[in-house]
Design a protein around this ligand. Structure first.
Ligand SMILES: [Zn+2]
Length: 634
């Protein structure tokens, strides 16, 4: 996005902001009843009563969902929409440009508009707009089940919500409860932004785990809903590690900005898998067996650490550009390298400090990230990091990942991780070990706990806070990294931390011998850094490194490798063929299915298997290990 277009959008946003800020006032309370009693059949029913005056009125379905950074409000799942007043049906028309807006004309004498619609829970799909209901559980994202009147800021609209659950289901949320009668819950009236920021998790199989550390005055709990009772079985060790995580955030930030905190964790194979941050909770969704495998535990530990950090970095402190006070104006995402990049870095660091990750797992992750952004991402040579963050609202990589190595995706997460590690080691160097990024966090994310408060910042404020910790040309530091078109990953922090990225023929511990998964980035796979293919156990090619050995042989995403040197494909056979090719000059012959046609592709590669590792550089102190040492007593 060029800068003149960005300026125009900013001016437009400012104009919208000023026009609504002037006229809005705290109006009467909207009531919202969400009937989720039929959640297992994937139908939720909304009834709203909105105080109105006669005349034209525009109602909005939330479009730009905070934390998703794109116009992902699932308006296509709204059905059976009906408006009425005083028993009379009111006709409506959708706006011809903004399809999230509905125009109605309130008749004379009417003072309340009744709104009814159904939200049809989808099968599949990404993020909170994806699958959120199963036969045994539901995650309620309030933004999917309401309309709001235009002309006021979200914080100026008060909503009193009632939720009706299937019989016997339990629930958890950060939203304060006023009253509960059986399966019907009345919540305290809340500002629209607070309601949208407070999802509800509920289900038949349900458990609450208290993870408040001893002596911590603010309550923290994990609320879990799953598709089976067994899936809720969290080991005492894991509970201790999550309690450590809460204690470590207290040490790192020195402050909290919430009344209490709820990790809302869904364990199901039938919902979308992701994490979405909120100020006093997070909506994190993983597979049903997450607690029962080492890989599952590592991923749930990393996910909850990341989303928890967002309470400080993303919710309390948020780039000014991402602080639009309503849901119908575009988000400007140019600073996601702080919002997500710093969160990615701190989340992983805290996972290691709290014991959710071992030091080896932390280093393996860094190696995987560095490799995926170095040889795994030739797209860095044409597309600087800044563009990945500017363009994400229309180019979210989460839908499809083919060609990710060349077109790039949401790289500001992982590349941000490496850059913020380098900020940390640079502060260490500049202050001769007296200061670290922890000192920055205590200043930038600190201050009194006024509940879920928003304190926006600009790039200049970020740079000026860093200068308080360690004077340096931080603006140039970031500019160089955000505009770089070097093919090499920014590994300055890893190297200053006393480690080097090296490739060997041994897979990292915890990685299987199979072809799929692992390796970081876009699908990884055993052969990504050798012949340049991300390939599944069944031979499906999800990515092919641009101008890599397989690409030059004509193999690209969407094709399927069906045979290796004349024999039916298995991941193990391909690995063996790569080993054998390193001992001679004959190419690897791959029979490939491209749509309906077979073709033999000769991959001329003789470098053997390659896997990334961090290897200790004994000429330097092990700063990386120091950084992930716990600060709290566990
Ligand atoms: Zn995040």
């Amino acid at each position: 996005m060029n800068s003149s277009l960005l300026r125009r959008i900013r001016l437009l946003s400012l104009a919208i902001f000023l026009s609504v800020a002037g006229q809005a006032a705290t109006g009467p309370t909207i009531t919202l009843t969400l009937d989720a009693t039929q959640a297992p059949t994937k139908v939720l029913r909304t009834h709203m009563t909105i105080p109105v005056k006669p005349g034209p009125l525009t109602l909005y379905y939330p479009k730009w969902i905070p934390g998703e950074h794109e116009p992902s409000g699932p308006v296509a799942n709204v059905a059976g929409l009906k408006f009425s007043a005083g028993g009379q049906t009111i006709p409506w028309r959708r706006d011809s440009i903004d399809m999230f807006a509905f125009h109605v004309d309130i008749p004379k004498g009417a003072d309340a508009l009744e709104v009814d619609f159904e939200y049809l829970e989808p099968v599949g799909g990404p993020f909170s707009g994806g699958a959120s209901a199963t036969a045994k559980l539901l995650v309620v994202s309030w933004n999917q089940n309401l309309l709001y009147p235009g002309g006021a800021l979200a914080e100026q609209i008060r909503v009193k919500a009632t939720l009706k659950l299937p019989s016997g289901w339990k629930f958890g949320t950060a939203l304060p409860v006023a009253h509960q009668s059986g399966d019907e819950i009345d919540f305290e009236p809340a500002e629209l932004n607070r309601l949208v920021d407070s999802p509800v998790i509920c289900g038949e199989y349900y458990r609450v785990v208290d993870v408040t550390p001893p002596g911590e005055p603010i309550h923290h709990e994990i609320d879990m809903a799953a598709d089976s009772e067994d899936a809720l079985e969290m080991s005492p060790e894991l509970k201790q590690d999550f309690t450590n995580l809460v204690a470590e955030t207290g040490k790192l930030f020195g402050s909290r900005h919430y009344r209490d905190y709820h990790f809302l964790l869904t364990l199901s194979n039938h919902v979308a898998h992701f994490g979405l941050e909120h100020h006093e909770s997070d909506d994190s969704r993983v597979g049903e067996d997450a607690f029962s495998s080492p890989r599952g535990r590592r991923s749930v530990g990393g996910l909850l650490s990341h989303e928890f950090v967002h309470s400080w970095n993303g919710k309390f402190r948020r780039p000014k550009d991402l602080s639009a006070p309503y849901y119908d104006a575009p988000e400007i995402t140019d600073m996601l390298w702080v919002y997500e990049g710093l969160t990615d870095y701190l989340g992983n660091m805290l996972a290691a400090r709290s014991g959710l990750w071992t030091p080896q797992e932390y280093r393996d992750d860094l190696a995987s990230v560095a490799a995926s952004l170095g040889p795994g991402r030739p797209g860095r040579t044409w597309r600087p990091l800044q563009d990945t963050t500017d363009a994400i609202p229309l180019m979210s990589s989460f839908g499809g990942r083919s060609w990710g190595n060349w077109r790039r995706g949401a790289d500001y997460y992982e590349e941000g991780n490496l850059i913020w590690l380098e900020v940390n080691t640079t502060i260490h160097q500049l202050t001769h070990g007296q200061k670290s990024l922890d000192d920055f966090c205590r200043v930038f994310h600190g201050g009194p706990n006024n509940g879920p408060e928003l304190k926006p910042y600009t790039f200049d404020e970020l740079v000026s806070t860093l200068n308080q910790i360690a004077p340096y040309d931080w603006a140039k530091f970031f500019h160089d990294r955000l505009t770089s078109t070097s093919p090499d990953a920014p590994v300055g922090g890893i190297e200053a931390g006393g480690w080097k990225v090296e490739f060997t023929d041994k897979p990292p511990r915890g990685e299987g011998q199979g072809g799929g998964g692992g390796g970081g980035g876009f699908g990884g796979g055993n052969t990504l850094y050798s012949i340049g293919l991300a390939i599944s156990q069944s031979g499906d090619v999800s990515d092919s490194i641009h101008d890599g050995p397989a690409y030059r042989a004509g193999i690209t995403p969407g094709m399927t490798v069906v045979a290796v040197n004349g024999r039916k494909y298995t991941a193990e056979l391909l690995r063996q063929a790569i080993d054998d090719a390193a001992k001679g000059t004959a190419p690897i012959e791959l029979l490939v299915l491209n749509d309906d046609y077979y073709r033999t592709c000769s991959v001329d590669y003789h470098g053997g298997e390659k896997y990334p590792h961090l290897v200790r550089d004994e000429s330097k102190p092990d700063l990386l290990d120091d950084i992930i040492k716990p600060l709290a007593t566990h």
